[in-house]
Design a protein around this ligand. Sequence first.
Ligand code: SAM
Length: 279
Amino acid sequence: MSHSAAKNQLTCSVDDYQLFKKFLSDASGIELGDGKEYLVTSRLGGLLRQCGLENMRALLSELSSGRNLRLRASVVDAMTTNETFWFRDAPHFRLLASKIFPETDSQRLRIWSAACSSGQEPYSISMQAYDYRLRNPGKLSNVEIVSTDISASILSEARKGVYSGLAASRGLNDEQRQRYFTAHADGYEVKQEIKNKIRFQEFNLTRDFASLGYFDIIFCRNVLIYFPAAVKNDIIQRMSKALRPGGYLFLGSTESMPINLDVFKMVTEQGGIIYQLKK
Ligand SMILES: C[S@@+](CC[C@H](N)C(=O)[O-])C[C@H]1O[C@@H](n2cnc3c(N)ncnc32)[C@H](O)[C@@H]1O
């Protein structure tokens, strides 16, 4: 490494790391473990340079002043992990098609994708509903998928619904790409009929859910892992109140119900596990 590159390398002292951990936890609920200084410096280096901030201390002082809401959002953005792909956890989508849609297809169905990242999760749900409507004309005509994430930048990607060839290949085969997308200069664009069912909105899961209304189904997958136990438990507890009686909660396939909430019944079918709010 050259002398100047070494000089420009962002570093994070033990004290600054503790302050940063506190900032991130207050702003997003995300808990950084010990010894993750490298994660902070590698994710924030570019942003600091862009904002003309010399080091972590300057960033922390700007954040604590409360003056710069845009910087605050950009820092949270940079610290989120947005990994996702199409039809992730396939058994969940089989359960939607074979169990949940047939149970509810005559009613209005409200679904919440609670940490939707770049959109693959809510679009996959909408694609599954699209197929169901094709197989069952006149059914499932009133579906609304509210898709939220804390990251404004990832939501603007999700809203576009345009994916590169590589992104559109993760979890989809050629036949599905043909069925669900139209050609676009930058790759593939999700068909309008699939997009129409989705409303994207910036939303922090640590905030009150009341403004979102009630749901028949909540997908809260691969996000609780970033939160400490108390935050996880609180979110699940509040989700149980945002679900209609008999509604379903989907967690990531490697996640389990963090608390022993007896308001939920575990449903194991199609190789997947979901949680049904007791009626
Ligand atoms: C790994 S992705 C999961 C995407 C999708 N649910 C899936 O399973 O493929 C986690 C997402 O959670 C979002 N996230 C992190 N903290 C959040 C919070 N406090 N409120 C809402 N979204 C949050 C991140 O921005 C990121 O897009």
